[in-house]
Design a protein. Structure first.
Length: 59
């Protein structure tokens, strides 16, 4: 019975890992992809804006 108790944690972790990967793959794209991409682009543009402005006077 020691082999059963030794195999249970890795099997549980493997099942959980496969489930997480499936969720990640299924949530890529879809109806909200454009909305999510636009939100990420807005955040990146806002974060990149001050760096470009502060770099301009030095040039």
């Amino acid at each position: 019975m020691d082999y059963v108790s030794a195999l249970v944690p890795p099997v549980v972790m493997a099942v959980f890992f496969v489930g997480v990967i499936r969720v990640i793959v299924k949530t890529q794209g879809g109806a909200n992809k454009a909305k999510e991409d636009a939100a990420v682009d807005a955040v990146l543009a806002r974060a990149d804006g001050p760096r470009q402005v502060s770099a301009s006077p030095d040039a």
